[in-house]
Design a binder for this molecule. Structure first.
Ligand code: ADP
Ligand code: MG
Length: 343
């Protein structure tokens, strides 16, 4: 039975999409079947697989729309073992509709994803940068949630807000997932500020913080621009190695509590979207039994050479400083005529 993980943080730009894409890619590389779900209407994860989001017709909205076609939402990526579902909303109106429907039927996503759990080992839900109805629906569908944060003061202060919001959702009666862990991203330990925040996060949250930290690197900032997860073009670099280590740490974590399994079983029994293929994959155990990938692929990936870890001065917070384009923001949307799409 696949494990659904919501990647959540109400602060934008902390690395939700980056962590979703590269962690899933590391797990897929180890032989685990992963499904990525772009719950964020801006759906940055699509560009990380070199896909044009406007060329994908089916997606998240089909789960919520009675006229939708949930059987066609799963798209294959450039990688074996890794598929995704995009948020197929392209205008402000469609986004508002998706949010409204998710708010009206908060359990719909959980029910829709239940059928996929038998086909994948991990389902990652890449959430929007807020704790609104879509994140609430994703949390409800998840067994665990993963919190990426930057080693920065503002991100540190976002954590209590996040946990308060999860508590509030739980008080509202929604079953809430367990915290899988906090992962420090965009870390440059050479700066005193970063080390200070890292120390405080570890003091405050102890074992809930992953030992593995993801460094701020040029290659990770390039993922969306290249349209490839980092392990496909810079396998031996610091970024790819960090995500492989994070994957190992997650796989080594203790098994889920019994009540979580019961809830999964209940969800699996409920009506959800029908899965578009008759192929049934057997879920791999959570102990790492890595399926060996083709060695030639690795050689090709290694061609790009080593990966420098860069300093905060060399790249700005959006990741735009070193050349890669930043992901679209709602602020970029002008809502007129033919431009009825995010840039
Ligand atoms: N470890 C990292 N090193 C370099 N750039 C990063 C790293 N993590 C994220 N980025 C960049 O920071 C920006 C925001 O990351 P993103 O994953 O889109 O955040 P979120 O999904 O939380 O809004 C992107 O441009 C991304 O390429
Ligand atoms: Mg994102």
């Amino acid at each position: 039975m696949g494990r659904a993980v919501a990647v959540v943080c109400p602060k934008g730009g902390v690395g939700k999409t980056t962590v979703t894409v590269n962690l899933a890619s590391a797990l897929a590389d180890m032989g685990f079947h992963c499904l990525l779900i772009g719950v964020d209407p801006q759906c940055g994860l699509l560009s990380s697989f070199g896909r044009d989001r406007f060329a994908v017709d089916y997606g998240l909205l089909d789960f919520f729309d009675p006229e939708g076609d949930p059987a066609r939402v799963v798209q294959s990526s450039t990688m074996p073992n890794l598929d995704f579902i995009t948020s197929n909303v392209w205008s402000r109106e469609e986004e508002a509709e998706l949010i409204e429907r998710a708010g009206a039927e908060p359990e719909r996503l959980a029910a829709s994803l239940a059928d996929y759990r038998g086909h994948y080992d991990f389902l990652f839900l890449d959430c929007p940068p807020n704790m609104g109805p879509l994140t609430a629906a994703a949390l409800r569908a998840a067994d665990a949630y993963l919190v990426p944060m930057q080693a920065e003061e503002l991100a540190y202060h976002a954590l209590p807000r996040l946990f308060d919001a999860v508590d509030e959702l739980a008080r509202g009666g929604a079953p809430m997932p367990e915290l899988m862990g906090i992962v420090l991203n965009q870390v440059d330990e050479r700066t005193r500020l970063a080390s200070n925040v890292i120390e405080r996060v570890r003091d405050d949250y102890g074992e809930q913080v992953f030992q593995t930290m993801i460094p701020r690197t040029v290659r990770l900032a390039e993922v969306a621009q290249r349209g490839l997860p980092v392990n496909l073009f810079n396998r031996s670099g610091a970024g790819a190695r960090a995500f492989a280590a994070l994957a190992e740490e997650i796989l080594a974590a203790p098994a889920r509590p019994a009540e979580r399994l019961e809830r999964e079983a209940a969800l699996a029994g409920s009506a959800g979207a029908s899965f578009g293929t008759s192929e049934t994959r057997v879920a791999a155990p959570f102990a790492v039994e890595a399926a060996a990938r083709d060695g030639a692929d690795r050689d090709e990936a290694d061609r790009f050479g080593g990966e420098p870890v860069i300093s905060l001065d060399e790249i700005d917070e959006s990741g735009a400083g070193a050349g890669p384009r930043s992901l679209p923001s709602l602020d970029d949307y002008d809502g007129v005529g033919d431009e009825d799409r995010y840039h």
